[in-house]
Write a protein that binds this ligand. Sequence first.
Ligand code: MG
Length: 173
Amino acid sequence: MNVKRQTLEESAKRCLEDRGVTMRDIAELVYFLQKDYLEELTLETCEENIEAVLKKREVQNAILTGVQLDILAEQGKLMQPLQEIIDTDEGLYGIDEIMALAIVNVYGTIGFTNYGYIDKVKPGILARLNCHGDNNVHTFLDDIVGAIAAAAASRLAHSMPETKFEIKKDTTD
Ligand code: MG
């Protein structure tokens, strides 16, 4: 039997797609975070930076692990009390946010600020993932998607031309 094995990157991307998250959805989050700082920012540039984030092993692992837990919770296959905690997206659980930090970390501390902000405001796809309207569980996915966008926004920020600082000369002596 000829079985084609997927790379971790392909599997992680497939996971996002299968859960209804497109590259464009994440690109819109990156655009939301960076539009005020980069005048000619396009969604295409945002997508290029997301692609770079998705090449990181720790990001791929976080996607696969988090989405798997969401799916097992949907199927009622987790142990109690974890089943109920993840199924109801219990506010004090916090491990979903901790897993997101593995992604946020990859492009430096600016990612923390971006992630905290986007997690609070919940624009675009994040609002949809958080609506709890259907039987889907996105307890991990919403944080993962926000973290990918935050990391891509940080990568973009780091790629900006270097800021020049004006140094005032002290003329008093
Ligand atoms: Mg969550």
